[in-house]
Write a protein that binds this ligand. Sequence first.
Ligand SMILES: Cc1ncc(COP(=O)(O)O)c(C=O)c1O
Length: 421
Amino acid sequence: MNVSLTNLETLAIDGGTPVREKLLPYGRQSIDEADVEAVVEVLKSDWLTTGPKIGEFEERFAERVGTRHAVSFSSGTAALHGAAFAAGLGAGDEAITTPLTFCATANCILYQGATPVFADVSSDTLNLDPERMSAKLTPRTKAILAVDYAGHPAALDELGELAHEQGALLIEDASHALGAEHHGKRVGGIADMTVFSFHPVKHLTTGEGGMVTTNNARTAETLRRFRNHGISSEARQRHEAGQWFYEMVMLGFNYRLTDLACALGLSQLAKLDANLTRRREIAAQYKTAFRDLPAVIVPAVRDEVNPAWHLYPIRLKLEMLAVGRGEIFRALRAENIGVNVHYVPVHLHPYYRQRFGRKEGEYPVAEAAYERLISLPMFHSMTDTDVGDVVKAMRKVLSCIQWKFAKEGERLQTFGSGKSK
Ligand SMILES: Cc1ncc(COP(=O)(O)O)c(C=O)c1O
């Protein structure tokens, strides 16, 4: 990658020319002609929903992640709700999860009337820390909800063992981790239930959509009923059997994914390997490019995993900088680099503060990470030029900011060939 810094000395936020003319988003979908044709074919068919594409998508998905059953849902959030229900969570139960996630992970515990209990994360991966998690186990713990933050699988073996010793289930929120591996095994067939999201910024999209995978046939059956009003048979089965009779055997929801969405999912699934390869290339390019930027900590990768790189969250060494994450974030946005922050720790959202009395300082590792995190653009259709622009913008911004320990008269310090202002 050729990163030149000529004429970029004035930050765009100070009126200089931005690194890019148009905003590079932090994530986006890729839709090709094959995807369009697959959806159009369903549009012209008899089944827009509850048709044959659903079973086909679920079967292929289960094969791809190496599990027996895959049950599709209308979103990752609905899939999480399904998993919380199938785990038997209810009033009086607790489920332990990470504060450093999208709020849907914890919300699904509340949907079931159970109590979310947060445990802090490990400082390298920012995933649920097994030791801190085990300190939160009680006889009321019914599930552990681990998140594969940014696409790096959680400590699934340790978490699974600890959960099972307590008679609880391990639910893996792998919304970031389709295609990731842990000890050579694909995410999807490891935890008791694994949840995926097919939101457009993910590795595979169906617009909105989600999936729960499991090796347990009874769990899969419960999940199927839950997403279909609690009815014991599906419309297509009744159609094929020439029957009208159905029974609602439990309270469920309409969380079905349509045939249109499943056709898109099938078409996207065929490109998953290529997309993962590209994301891994981008992660490697970033890692190399930031080697000489001491204020940037790139994401850690443990030996036993092959991450899927949904996000590329760097952490800033704020101790070295005289400006905060906010200034750097705004400067990068002004350069038209669509940075983002993942995540506002869940316990600090007003709803969680007010309802559970949660406050700052309770999960110091997650909170310190949050203060320092910036997600750089990461999506499979990013070109080498796009990656180069992100690197250029990072160098430009970091070369123009103030350094805490710079000597008097050396207010600004530069890296590499960057010029100070
Ligand atoms: C970790 C995590 N869990 C759950 C979800 C919810 O998925 P969905 O948007 O498909 O409902 C997301 C969405 O981004 C997520 O990042």
